[in-house]
Ligand binder design. Structure first.
Ligand code: ADP
Length: 433
């Protein structure tokens, strides 16, 4: 559709006004002198009439000039107020700078939004040099970019400028452009929240991608073994004894796969907040006895010995989740210890909290691995660990549960000298649960 035609308007330009004035004044002077000479014959009276006519002309011209100038000034004021209103009420911050003869960027003004965004009255920076007013911009591309804008008039934009000083900390989207020769305006928007969300989303994507590739990788190992054994059994007649041996391996690998998927789903549900915690007082002694009982018939003959004092407060926690923490830790202690060695499971009060521990006399963990073992799918890379089946999810699950309970988990260990895993859970306050 063609755009609607705009009505043609004749422009009043200063040149046109002056031309009209010159024509009108010439006509007036020429015609009025002539008319007066015709009407008045007395030279004395004629001279007085001409003086009066001159005064009349000056008055009319003055009035004319006054009307023109006041109209022009009103129009100018209105236009300035309109633009000032736009800038003042804009939802983005505006800063104005002038490049002086010494190549210094002098701060010359700001709008209201700049005060709100930066949390300070920007008027106090007027007359200051850019880096004097905003010292944390040193080392960023901003000062050089602003100078270039002032010199060349080119527009400069940056999606994220990170700024941190004693007053503010955040990320800003900045656009700078020349506003008059040697001066420039910079428009900035606070994008701290947007940047935080973007970074969180990227981190989530990274973790998710990592998980998917780790899970597929971890699933492949037992699946390959199962497939290999089953194919071999399918295409060969095997003696009963060998068949049983192969089936046992397949069973073991299936269990491992089942454990991997189970752990992984538990972990995902916890992370996604889909497993609501049912916080209630958890009686510590019966909890530890429960865990001890679970491992009392373990095939490796490791004995779980309890170390509990009297008068223990209850834990403020979800019984099943807390039990899962201890199960995972005791199961690891057994997995990474010599057959038949003793495992200690203990608890004591610790400054308004309950401190639990699982101590073993196993292979131990090198100091550089002690933080990493709590990450998803991390398994210490040595022959002792490789010999033991595992998913690398047990301790990640432990950490997730403990953090959801606002607790802490850490390990003390020395290679070859065993490990002690510590877990601190908040105690249940009597009468508060
Ligand atoms: P995994 O299923 O491999 O045991 P975990 O997340 O439970 O996964 O443990 C991660 C790694 O931490 C293990 O692979 C092992 O190397 C190490 N680890 C965990 N517990 C112990 C322990 N009690 N003694 C020695 N190493 C341990």
């Amino acid at each position: 559709m063609p755009p609607p035609a705009t009505p043609h308007k004749r422009n009043i330009t200063p040149l046109r006004i002056v031309l009209a004035y010159v024509v009108a004044a010439s006509l007036w002077i020429g015609l009025s002198d002539h008319a007066l000479a015709l009407l008045i014959s007395d030279p004395h009276l004629l001279s007085e009439a001409q003086t009066l006519k001159g005064l009349f002309f000056i008055t009319i011209t003055g009035l004319f000039l006054y009307v023109l100038m006041s109209r022009a000034m009103t129009a100018l004021r209105n236009s300035e107020e309109r633009f000032r209103g736009i800038i003042e009420n804009a939802p983005f911050g505006v800063h104005l700078y002038r490049l002086d003869a010494d190549d210094r960027l002098v701060f010359i003004g700001a709008n209201r939004a700049a005060n709100r965004i930066l949390g300070v009255d920007n008027a106090r920076f007027i007359g200051m040099e850019l880096l004097e007013a905003f010292p944390a911009l040193r080392g960023t591309p901003v000062p050089e970019a602003y100078r270039k804008v002032c010199r060349t008039g080119e527009v400069w934009s940056e999606q994220q400028v990170f700024y941190e000083d004693e007053r503010i900390k955040g990320a800003f989207e900045v656009h700078a452009f020349a506003s008059a020769p040697g001066t420039m305006a910079s428009i900035f928007v606070d994008v701290t929240e947007r940047t935080r969300l973007e970074m969180a989303r990227r981190e989530m994507d990274r973790v998710k991608d990592g998980m998917i590739s780790s899970v597929s990788h971890e699933m492949r190992t037992p699946l390959t073994a199962m497939l290999g054994y089953l194919e071999f059994m399918h295409s060969n007649e095997l003696p009963v004894e060998q068949r049983r041996e192969f089936l046992e391996t397949v069973l073991r690998e299936t269990e491992r796969l089942n454990q991997l998927i189970g752990n992984f789903l538990d972990f995902q549900r916890l992370r996604a907040g889909q497993t609501p915690l049912r916080i209630a007082p958890v009686p510590v002694v019966s909890l530890l006895q429960d865990v001890q009982h679970l491992f009392s018939h373990c095939p490796t003959q490791n004995r779980v010995t309890l170390q509990v004092g009297d008068d223990l407060p209850s834990i403020a926690g979800d019984y099943e989740q807390v039990r899962q923490v201890l199960n995972n830790l005791v199961s690891n202690a057994i997995k990474y210890s010599p057959e038949g060695s003793e495992i200690f499971l203990g608890a004591r009060e610790d400054d308004g909290a309950v401190l639990l521990w699982v101590r073993d006399q196993g292979i131990g963990i090198k100091p550089e691995d002690q933080e990493q073992i709590f990450q998803t799918f991390f398994r210490v890379d040595n022959s002792d660990t490789r010999a033991v089946g595992g998913t690398g999810l047990g301790l990640a699950l432990v950490r997730e549960i403990v953090h959801l309970h606002r607790g802490r988990v850490w390990v003390d260990s020395m290679p070859g000298q065993g490990s002690t895993f510590w877990v601190r859970f908040p105690a249940a306050m009597p009468g508060r649960m």
